[in-house]
Design a protein around this ligand. Structure first.
Ligand SMILES: CC(C)(COP(=O)(O)OP(=O)(O)OC[C@H]1O[C@@H](n2cnc3c(N)ncnc32)[C@H](O)[C@@H]1OP(=O)(O)O)[C@@H](O)C(=O)NCCC(=O)NCCS
Length: 153
């Protein structure tokens, strides 16, 4: 743990596209990483149903996260989160998610899906109070099973 160093977050802008692409390529395999047209779509967010955050440390971008909501829904879905490998394992994702989830006052629950093999992310979500709600057989395009996790707010 870095001790006193705490990450912050801000809304992502269209000028963050290159950073997000870089983070996706650094953190995910080529099948799972979002492509630039997908990221652009999230950033343009025409229906205000997508929340995109840049995670920062000392003013530098170290990761990003994306959430989906639906009008009149009391649930929010954490669609993706990543922290650059150079900064991982220092508690930054945990600290960011704790703060961000606490800001979702109008929702009753946060949902997410994660690959069954992503033990690191599952452990992180469990440490944040998420529990496995359901197994999702063959959920991913390569056939891997997923798990749906939920945290009641
Ligand atoms: C998953 C990810 C976001 C975690 O970010 P991070 O900043 O490294 O996570 P933290 O340092 O905040 O760790 C928080 C928890 O994760 C777990 N964790 C962290 N490093 C770990 C490691 N090397 N091995 C196993 N678990 C680990 C621990 O439970 C830790 O809790 P603790 O500090 O109470 O022990 C980051 O590793 C990442 O971007 N991975 C690739 C993308 C991804 O898989 N995203 C999630 C799926 S969408």
């Amino acid at each position: 743990m870095e001790g006193f160093k705490k990450p912050f977050y801000r809304k992502a802008r269209s000028s963050d596209l290159d950073f997000i692409l870089h983070a996706e390529r650094a953190c995910f395999n080529s099948h799972d990483a979002f492509k630039s047209h997908q990221i652009r779509h999230f950033l343009e967010n025409p229906f205000h149903s997508v929340i995109t955050d840049i995670i920062t440390l000392d003013g530098n971008s170290i990761g990003w996260a994306c959430y989906f909501t639906r009008k009149n829904s009391n649930k929010i879905r954490l669609y993706t989160v990543c922290v650059l490998p150079n900064f991982s394992g220092k508690g930054f994702a945990k600290s960011y998610l704790q703060k961000r989830i606490a800001s979702f006052e109008k929702y009753d629950a946060v949902l997410l899906e994660v690959r069954q093999s992503n033990e690191r992310a599952i452990r992180l979500y469990e440490a944040l109070g998420f529990t496995i709600q359901k197994k999702l057989p063959g959920y991913y395009p390569d056939g891997e099973d997923g798990v749906r996790m939920v945290k009641t707010l």
